[in-house]
Design a protein around this ligand. Sequence first.
Ligand SMILES: Nc1ncnc2c1ncn2[C@@H]1O[C@H](COP(=O)(O)OP(=O)(O)OP(=O)(O)O)[C@@H](O)[C@H]1O
Ligand SMILES: [Mg+2]
Length: 239
Amino acid sequence: MKLIEGKQLTKSFGKNNAVSDVSFAIERGEVLGLVGESGSGKSTLARLILKLIEPTSGEIIYHGIDNVRRECQIVFQDPQTSLNPRIKIGEAIGEPLLVHGVLSPNLIPQKAQELLSIVKLPENYASRYPHELSGGERQRVGIARALALNPKFLILDEPVSSLDVSIQVDILKLLKELKQRLNLTYLFIAHDIHVIAYMSDRIAVMKEGWIVEIGGRDQVLNSPTEQYTKRLLAATPKI
Ligand SMILES: Nc1ncnc2c1ncn2[C@@H]1O[C@H](COP(=O)(O)OP(=O)(O)OP(=O)(O)O)[C@@H](O)[C@H]1O
Ligand SMILES: [Mg+2]
């Protein structure tokens, strides 16, 4: 069953197409990996799906998602810049709940603690500031915040690219576990095809705004049809 479909999506910035005639479907419960070089249009596609920007042409169809702002959330690459240094972790996690008015303010600290334990951080981290956490811990906060509104769908836009390899594995494992536990569907973006291989059920390869290849994980990895995918596979060292 499809959760989200893109149909012939194009997004131009001036004369350039950041996304060109892109069509795809994301099935409920799957991880669609999206890989491609820097500038290939991955984050632009993510912003289109989240309705943060409007497509120049084409459309996105949501199945069983009524409120995109609430039910579709994103985790960014750099938890350092996505967290306000002056706001305590507990408040940062509770902020979406406050903004959307889904929980009365006096219940938010309790909910923030629950979310911390879901991402396996001690509850007393709620009273810390972002600089008092490691990079991996901060990314767990980014994930907790994205989960605050009980989303159905998460976009992970290079969620481990800024982390050490050993910490990357911990975060990827946590994301896999959360997906099962919370019945989530992911669009998982990375430029590292080995991270994509670890996470994805299906893989889409983007190049210069186009999806040049999309298919099952094993098919794309073992018998890619595109020269570009072969080059990506050859270029990245295995983790
Ligand atoms: N708001 C914008 N205004 C103008 N050009 C933009 C804008 N956002 C993105 N672009 C351009 O669109 C293209 C695709 O950018 P995008 O950020 O989607 O790439 P990406 O695949 O996410 O790259 P990276 O791996 O580096 O994050 C780039 O050429 C970028 O300069
Ligand atoms: Mg990007």
